[in-house]
Design a protein around this ligand. Structure first.
Ligand code: 13P
Ligand code: SF4
Length: 303
């Protein structure tokens, strides 16, 4: 069976769309309607008039799409395994303890969090709009969960807001060390270092540009440079290699950094998910009603 053609056919028949994160296996793009970073995909989830959304991504992304579309079917292939280690680092009880420790301070939650956590935060953000979102609060202090690295980076960009961070992190990005940049620069002295803000502060200090997955891809698009060292998940490197065959892309440590949860989906899985309309994402109605406020507030700022 030609799964790519079959997915296209079944999408038309069922009025379905496929949203794919740029960390997915690159072949998933063949059947995706939209590929991009977390912000772009949540905007597309909000806008769509499709009846079915298949999310090629991780759990919190599909859950966000479902919260935005309570009356649509949202399907996440491989849903039992497609978690996000960072999102799982804070639950509702831990959020409440954190808030109690620092009362009366607005709480920003990274979109990489559960619906329960979102339901008790003031506003959501992604890596591409985190600076604008924190600035939009006009506060002297904010609490930021769960990613300490993104929170610290935002604090540094703004300079006039104290960002009190929870201690979560992404195991993939947090793994990059400053010595990795040093060695990569020695090996590829002409290359520009592009990094995701989920990396540690000491690592980001040595990068030439910091941005979301889309930010990194746009930087390459607009740059006349020919060589780049990429400090994020391999999906971005694979797409850059595909899209810019005349440019060179290198990994920190000369080896791919893989988020296993992002790499589960094949085109065949997407076909099976569309065919069976499963596994479907469900979100408790009360939680969803509260969580949508913090997502919508973000989308309003990032229009
Ligand atoms: P962005 O999609 O905002 O670049 O974030 C990357 C990420 O880790 C998603 O899980
Ligand atoms: Fe979560 Fe990190 Fe994987 Fe992104 S790359 S989904 S933050 S574990």
């Amino acid at each position: 069976m030609n799964y790519i053609e079959e997915v296209k056919k079944i999408k038309r028949e069922k009025n379905a769309i496929v949203l794919a994160h740029s960390y997915q296996n690159v072949e998933v793009d063949e059947v995706a309607d939209y590929v991009g970073d977390s912000l772009f995909l949540s905007q597309k989830a909000k806008e769509t008039d499709a009846d079915i959304i298949v999310f090629a991504g991780v759990y919190f992304m599909a859950q966000t799409a479902k919260i935005l579309n309570p009356d649509k079917k949202v399907i996440l292939p491989n849903s039992e395994k497609a978690g996000c280690d960072m999102a799982d680092m804070i639950d509702l009880q831990q959020l409440r303890l954190f808030k109690n420790k620092y009362p009366d301070i607005p709480v920003v939650c990274y979109i990489n969090s559960t619906a329960e956590v979102k339901s008790e935060c003031d506003i959501c953000c992604t890596s591409s709009n985190a600076v604008d979102i924190v600035a939009s609060l006009n506060a002297d202090k904010v609490l930021f969960v769960p990613d300490q690295n993104l929170g610290r980076w935002v604090e540094k960009q703004l300079g006039n807001v104290e960002v009190i961070t929870y201690n979560g992190y992404c195991p993939i990005h947090n793994n990059f060390e400053p010595s990795g940049i040093k060695d990569a620069r020695l090996q590829y002295p002409e290359a520009i270092v592009l990094a995701h803000p989920e990396c540690k502060e000491v690592f980001l200090d040595g990068a030439d540009y910091v941005g979301s997955t889309t930010g990194i891809m746009n930087y390459v698009k607009n740059s006349s440079a020919k060589q780049f060292i990429i400090a994020t998940e391999q999906g971005v490197v694979d797409r850059l290699k595909r899209d810019y065959p005349s440019k060179q892309f290198y990994n920190i440590y000369d080896k791919p950094s893989i988020c296993e949860s992002m790499k589960l989906n094949t085109v065949e899985d997407i076909y099976a998910a569309l065919k069976t309309e499963a596994p479907e994402i469900k979100v408790n109605e009360e939680i969803a009603k509260k969580a949508i406020k913090c997502i919508d507030r973000m989308l309003e700022v990032s229009k």
